[in-house]
Ligand binder design. Sequence first.
Ligand code: ZN
Length: 337
Amino acid sequence: MSATKPLASLSLDLDDKWTYLKTRGDRAWETLPSYLGVLIPRVLDFLSSRDLTITVFVVGQDAALRRNRDVLRSLAEAGHEVGNHSFRHEPWMHTYAPAEVEREIVIAEENIERATGRRPVGFRGPGFSLPPVALPILARRGYRYDASTFPTYLIPLARACYFMTANLTPDERRQRQSLGGTFTSGLRPITPYRWQTAAGPLLEIPVTTLPCLKVPIHASYLMCLATISPRLARWYFDLALWACRSAGTAPSLLLHPTDFLGCDDTHDLAFFPGMALPSEIKLELMSELIRRLSSVYTVVPLEEHARSLGRDASLPIARMEKEEAVPPPRPAYRKSA
Ligand SMILES: [Zn+2]
């Protein structure tokens, strides 16, 4: 690792097949169909051959199943950070009562620790759902950071597309009304800040979107572009890296299982954007993207990114109670160590 490169963090939300089906209202989710046995060895192989360690946000329900214990433990044994991605993976978690939010976090944490041998210190809400009450719970439980915010204006558009193809009852439709966030999610900063909570401060590391325009730059979005043209996806990612460097933003990028799985692995997710591509093409593109990212940044897990930010006294402070307060923009750029 070169000491001269700034830091970028990389994380994978380990959404299992059943979580995609559940969000879509497909009852087949109830038997908890899984691809973790294929996905995790593939991801581990990909990362180890590039000498990378990242953060993997694990869903508590998967950690609770004996069948997943070995593959989940293999993530921690390979040196990857294991984060908490809630227990039931319900992107409408922000509609829960406070006690239910706490249960989601605590039960997931206990099961993830039991399965992997590592206690999570980072949280990402399912589908970027972040109930205000989650923040003091995380701070009180000793979490170092939250990574649930996704500052983009495109969420209402993405949600409209999702509703067009989902198979939902009127109640489920109501429950998912603010799925993924609202237009105001786009007002949130793309650079890290600290939440001020009743239980003390908690670092927030947002999923990075394109500086200024705040359009997504994570791998699943690039996979969608690649269905139009792989060259377009590469060009867009280069533009994003250039914009991050110019803005002095240390990117925190996000991966999903569907970035590593193709139509040759599963047909059940054909409704998901980018799933028309075969895994070979996806892995080639992922390889290119990681090569480009690693050429300008030292790629680390979020925990390490958080540790480096922990020393930064200039981070803005935000408060989120019932009504969310948007923190002020960061006053000046400081290069990551
Ligand atoms: Zn997820």
